[in-house]
Every structure is written in structure tokens, then in C-alpha cells.
Ligand binder design. Structure first.
Ligand code: ADP
Length: 478
């Protein structure tokens, strides 16, 4: 099949979170299964990467489209030539909207993604290439189905819209449609998505896409309720049978202790001894004194209330006072959350390290070197970090929500079943209970060894998770 992915992010080229990993993982897996997969994303200021070329390919309504000179992902895996079985990457040159970060946080984002939709709809014809599906990801490409309608095609391409996080909807004053040349879509946008002088990109896309998916079965249920639907539950309940939850996968070549290019030592489930060397190296790297026997708790996260970072900061004093636990956090985002974590690190330099910023290599080192990974999210569409942690034998402590509930089972030392610690309530007491459970198992070496074995045995490979997408695409064929 021919698949055009339209996304704001694509690992490793443009990444702020799990969206980038998910689109790359799915695209790679589908391409490896023999499909012709092409991915269109904006050419941000930092693209193309210095070691790759991008050559002009076609002029579209959205602007000039460039083709990236080598398959993405190769770089992280040590170089290589383009070959069959890897996705093609297209970059839309946004001219005056190119400078700056991946998200501006203002109306220019509307401009970027209005133009991305126009390019997505135009590009196939200019390439004489017919996609079987236009696969849109999050609000950024939610206008693709509408934009396609403005082109009055006799044979529209089926559209899929995948919700990676319904908390981000693309809400703008509707003047952006005029400003960025998209007035023609007004006639096709559902009235509830174009109301009160605003346009809600995601609402518009949910009304218009042929199929809607999200990234875990539990989140697919949750978002039909007011507590999780972020005001869009009515649209989802209006199409109850076709909001499908398909769990994200993991690329274990990138995220696994056997081959991880960011690690100095490698290991697998048959011998996890090198993990202790990685733990020591991690402690040294983030400025904690050597202490091989204390449990090291790690966090790699965007700093937002969604991720329960405030709960971590609030629970930490108690953990420090009553356990031997030490803590390393890598994160960027909300300045107030960062200040709180910084204060904890300053007050407890022997036991708490906080690295503010975005650092792909350090993220890998934390998943490998920590004993425990904290993911106390208030909501979590899928969550990748708990799945990454599992593979490195790092035990997740998670809240029972969304994809966290679908991937982590609370360990029972009596039966030896389970792969992590799962708590119910998004409050300090809940998180403390989850952490204390994990620390108790840590102090029981046979139980801990079993838990690590269970964690590393979990298989969320994209190879498996791509199949339901393939089936969905086929079901949409005219
Ligand atoms: P979300 O997409 O909501 O941020 P996910 O768990 O799906 O959450 O994906 C998070 C991804 O972003 C993971 O690959 C994680 O390693 C990465 N990540 C988050 N924050 C950072 C950071 N500060 N530095 C490096 N990687 C990060």
C-alpha cells in the first residue's frame, strides 16, 4: 500500500515527545513490511540535519517540498544508504515560517500546519503517486481531510486521524484561515469546530476523517468521558464504533540494551550485570556520589502537570526522609515545575539530580542506568517511557491510566506475575504507595530479579503493533 504520513514530528529529526517516536516507529515498521511509506513534515529551522541533504522535489499549494537525502533513522543506527524498506521523508519549506522552534505557541503554528495540509493534499498528484491513505497525526495535520474536500476530487483518498494526545487541539481565532489562505475550508468545517470566532483544528478533523484511532485501548475509552475528553468527548461519542485504540510500539534497535548506540555497555535478559556499570556511570554523569546499593529512581519527561511532575516534587521529601532512594530527573517545559525540582536538587545534592533540558543520549542513559522509572501521569494516551524502561530492566512505577494501564501490571511477589508498580490515585499518597511497593521489592533480591526478568520479557515491538494499522488501511480501501 501507499501511505502518506503527515506529522509535525519525526524522530530523530524533529522531536519534542512521543509523537516523533511513534510516527517513526510505525512508518519504519510499515515500510519494512513492504509498503511505500512517505512522511511529510515541516522543514524547521534546524532541518535538514547537517549530515544530510534535502533536494527540491515539487511545488505545492503549501510551498516547496524537499526530499531528504537518506532514510531517517539511519544516522542513529550508524549510517547507511537509502534502501527499499525504509520510509521516504519530505520536508515542506515554510519560508518565513521556518525560523524558530518546533512549536511557536502562537498563530504561526496555525500557518505552518494549514500549509502542511495544503502540501499533503497536493503533493501526490505532482509526484504522480496515489496514496491509499492519508494518515494524519494530532491536531497539526487534522485539517488534511477538510483541505482535501476543497480540492473537489472525484476519488478522495481515505483519511485516518490518530490522536496521540487529545489535550492539544489547535485552537485559534478563525482569522488564521484568512491570514494563511485557507478560507476555502470554511464551507466544509463542521459548525461546532468553527464557532464563536475560533477554529478548533482537532474537532474539525475528528468530524471529517474517515477513521479515528488513538494510541491505546484504555485511552480510547477514557476520552469518551468528560474527565479525559478535553471537551471533545461529544465528537467521539458521535462516532462510537470507529475510534480504535491501537497501542504504540517500540523500536528495540533504538530503545534496547543490546544495541543502544548511546550506551557504553550492552546487556540482555540473560545477564544484566552491565546495568550496574551503567548505573555508576549515570550517577557520575549527573553529579551524584557513587552508591551502588541505593535504589536510583529516574524520570525522563516533558515538565507538565499532565505528567504528574508536581506529584513527584511533592512526594520526594518523604521518600528522601524515609528510604534510601536517590533520584535523577531529566526534563524540560514548565518553568515553575523546573524551579521546584531544581530546589530539591540544590537542597539534596547527594541524592537528587535534576538536569533541565532536552538530551536524547541522557534519556537513554537514565532508562538503562536507573533501577526504577517514575511515570505518575494524570493522563497518558500511550506513554513510551514505561515501555522503554521495561526493556532496560528498569521497573516502572505508573499511575493506572491510558496506555500505562495497558502495558504495566502490578507485580505480585507471591505469584511472580507483573512487570511494575501501578497506583490508582493521582495524588501524593498514590505515588508514595507506588514507590514504596517498588522499593520493598528492590530490597528482596529474588523478587527483584523476577521483576526484571518479567519487565525485559515484555514485547511491544512495532513489528506487531503495525498490523492493526495495516488492517485498518485495508478496510478503508474503496
Ligand atoms: P509525551 O509524548 O507525552 O511526551 P511519551 O512517553 O509518549 O510522552 O514520549 C516521550 C518521549 O520523549 C520519549 O522518547 C522520551 O524519552 C522523550 N523525552 C521527554 N522529555 C525528554 C527530555 N527532556 N530529553 C530527552 N528526551 C525526552
Amino acid at each position: 500500500m501507499n501511505v502518506l504520513m503527515i506529522s509535525a514530528e519525526l524522530a530523530p529529526f524533529a522531536k519534542t515527545g512521543g509523537l516523533a517516536d511513534a510516527v517513526t516507529g510505525l512508518s519504519d515498521a510499515l515500510a519494512a513490511r513492504g509498503h511505500d511509506v512517505r512522511v511529510l513534515l515541516p522543514k524547521y529551522e534546524h532541518l535538514p540535519p547537517t549530515d544530510l541533504d534535502a533536494k527540491p522535489l515539487a511545488t505545492t499549494a503549501g510551498g516547496l517540498v524537499l526530499e531528504l537525502g537518506a532514510p531517517r533513522g539511519r544516522r542513529a543506527r550508524g549510517g547507511g544508504e537509502r534502501k527499499a524498506g525504509t520510509p521516504t521523508v519530505y520536508l515542506l519549506d515554510l519560508e518565513e515560517l521556518t525560523p524558530g522552534p518546533i512549536y511557536y505557541g502562537d498563530d504561526r503554528d496555525a500557518g505552518r500546519f494549514i500549509r502542511l495540509a495544503a502540501a499533503a493534499v497536493d503533493l501526490p498528484a505532482t509526484l504522480d503517486w496515489r496514496p491509499d491513505v492519508l494518515h494524519c497525526h494530532d491536531w497539526h495535520s487534522a485539517l488534511v481531510p477538510l483541505t482535501q474536500r476543497t480540492r473537489a476530487r472525484a476519488d478522495p483518498v481515505p483519511t485516518v486521524l490518530t490522536l496521540h494526545n487529545i489535550g492539544y487541539q489547535g485552537l485559534f481565532g478563525d482569522a488564521v484561515l484568512t491570514l494563511y489562505g485557507a478560507d476555502a475550508i470554511r464551507a466544509f468545517v463542521a459548525p461546532d469546530a468553527l464557532a464563536g470566532g475560533t477554529i478548533n483544528f482537532l474537532r474539525a478533523g475528528l468530524r471529517a476523517a474517515d477513521a479515528v484511532t488513538t494510541v491505546s485501548p484504555t485511552y480510547a475509552h477514557e476520552i469518551r468521558t468528560p474527565a479525559f475528553g478535553m471537551g471533545l468527548e461529544d465528537v467521539l461519542n458521535a462516532r462510537p464504533d470507529d475510534v480504535v485504540g491501537i497501542l504504540n510500539g517500540v523500536d528495540y534497535d533504538v530503545w534496547g540494551p543490546q544495541k543502544d548506540p548511546f550506551l557504553d555497555f550492552h546487556y540482555d535478559a540473560t545477564n544484566v550485570t552491565p546495568k550496574s556499570s551503567l548505573k555508576a556511570a549515570l550517577a557520575e554523569r549527573v553529579g551524584l556520589p557513587p552508591d551502588p546499593t541505593s535504589p536510583l529512581l529516574g524520570v525522563v519527561s516533558r515538565l507538565t502537570s499532565q505528567k504528574g511532575i508536581d506529584l513527584i516534587a511533592a512526594a520526594l521529601p518523604e521518600i528522601l526522609a524515609t528510604t534510601r532512594g536517590r533520584f535523577v530527573c531529566l526534563g524540560s517545559g514548565d518553568a515553575i515545575l523546573a524551579t521546584g525540582l531544581r530546589a530539591l536538587a540544590d537542597a539534596n545534592p547527594q541524592r537528587v539530580a535534576f538536569v533541565e533540558g532536552y538530551d536524547e543520549g541522557l534519556a537513554h542513559s537514565i532508562f538503562a542506568g536507573a533501577d526504577i522509572a517514575l511515570v505518575p501521569s494524570r493522563y497518558e494516551p500511550c506513554g513510551l517511557t514505561q515501555m522503554y524502561a521495561l526493556r532496560y530492566g528498569t521497573i516502572p512505577v505508573v499511575r493506572a491510566t491510558g496506555g500505562l494501564a495497558d502495558t504495566i501490571q502490578h507485580f505480585d511477589p507471591a505469584t511472580g506475575v507483573g512487570n511494575g508498580s501501578v497506583f490508582r490515585d493521582a495524588d501524593i499518597g498514590g505515588l508514595l504507595w507506588g514507590i514504596r511497593s517498588a522499593l520493598a521489592w528492590f530490597d528482596d533480591p529474588p523478587a527483584w530479579a523476577r521483576l526484571i526478568a518479567n519487565a525485559m520479557a515484555a514485547d511491544f515491538s512495532w513489528r506487531k503493533q503495525a498490523e492493526p494499522y495495516e488492517a485498518l488501511y485495508r478496510s478503508l480501501a474503496p
